[in-house]
Design a protein around this ligand. Structure first.
Ligand SMILES: Nc1ncnc2c1ncn2[C@@H]1O[C@H](COP(=O)(O)OP(=O)(O)OP(=O)(O)O)[C@@H](O)[C@H]1O
Length: 257
């Protein structure tokens, strides 16, 4: 379970460019939930993800993962707890290393010895088995450098790497935004498959309202640091793109997007 409690976030406090983003922000995500997050530009989606990851400071409040305060965790403990896939397919992986080497790095995330441990055959077979979940044949590209793969193939591989170790939850930060529409659809479908098969708790920021409606068990819309819509269960299942488009258009116009 993830709990954001009474979060206060001010950017550049005490300066002329001081910006209050979150005054008293609260969110609880139970285990196993797949949350889609939409919102206008600047509504605070990425900031919220960064706060969850502990990568930006907050002025007040608590971020609890499984009841533990992330502020009290060491960096390596946080890395082991959270998997993250970014918008840029090249982020989070090493283009000059092979698939096998990248998988090994991901496998050793948060452990004291990186590649130095080497990769035994059993581990390599495990990586291949994980990659085969995707159905893209990437398990046959263990010696190919990641930089030689297409953006879609890299994003698919990143998805597996982010979820290779037992994580508390997966963060998807506009992870289909840099892909062409067809590849984006494939990655979104694969994402759903990985989340279901690995029984993950996931939070996905997307600008694609169709994905937000079609995928996930909960839909959240943000505006100016507030949650303005939160639908789960039956309500989420019955939500159509047109239902949220009206609200989205209104907040986007107000923001001048
Ligand atoms: N490093 C920073 N310094 C100052 N202000 C920032 C910083 N990062 C974000 N902000 C401000 O915080 C607000 C929320 O930004 P954030 O990137 O979290 O929004 P977002 O909903 O993810 O937007 P987008 O959809 O454009 O990615 C914006 O007003 C932004 O200008």
């Amino acid at each position: 379970m993830l709990e954001l409690k009474h979060i206060k976030k001010i950017y550049n406090p005490g300066t002329i460019s001081e910006t209050l983003l979150f005054e008293d922000f609260n969110l609880t995500v139970p285990d196993g939930e797949f949350v889609s997050i939409v919102g206008s530009n600047g509504s605070g989606k990425t900031s919220m993800l960064n706060i969850i990851c502990g990568s930006i400071p907050i002025q007040k409040g608590e971020v609890l993962i499984g009841g533990k305060d992330i502020a009290k965790m060491k960096d390596f403990q946080r890395y082991r707890t959270i998997g993250r896939v970014y918008q840029d397919p090249s982020a989070g992986t090493c283009p000059n290393l092979t698939m096998l080497e990248n998988m090994s790095l991901a496998d050793n995330k948060g452990k004291p010895f990186g590649l130095g441990r080497g990769v035994n055959k059993a581990r390599e077979n495990f990586y291949k088995e994980q990659l085969s979940i995707l159905g893209l044949g990437l398990e046959n590209k263990m010696n190919v450098k990641l930089g030689a793969l297409s953006g879609g193939q890299r994003q698919a591989a990143t998805l597996i790497m982010a979820t290779l170790t037992p994580i508390e939850f997966l963060i998807l930060d506009e992870h289909t935004a840099a892909l062409d529409p067809k590849t984006a659809d494939i990655i979104m479908e694969l994402t759903n498959k990985v989340v279901q098969e690995k029984h993950l708790t996931a939070m996905m920021v997307t600008h694609n309202l169709r994905y937000a409606v079609e995928y996930g068990s909960r839909l959240i819309m943000m505006d100016k640091g507030h949650i303005v819509l939160d639908k789960a269960g039956e309500e989420k299942v019955n939500t159509k793109v047109d239902d949220i488009l009206d609200i989205f258009t209104k907040i986007s116009i107000e923001c001048g997007n």
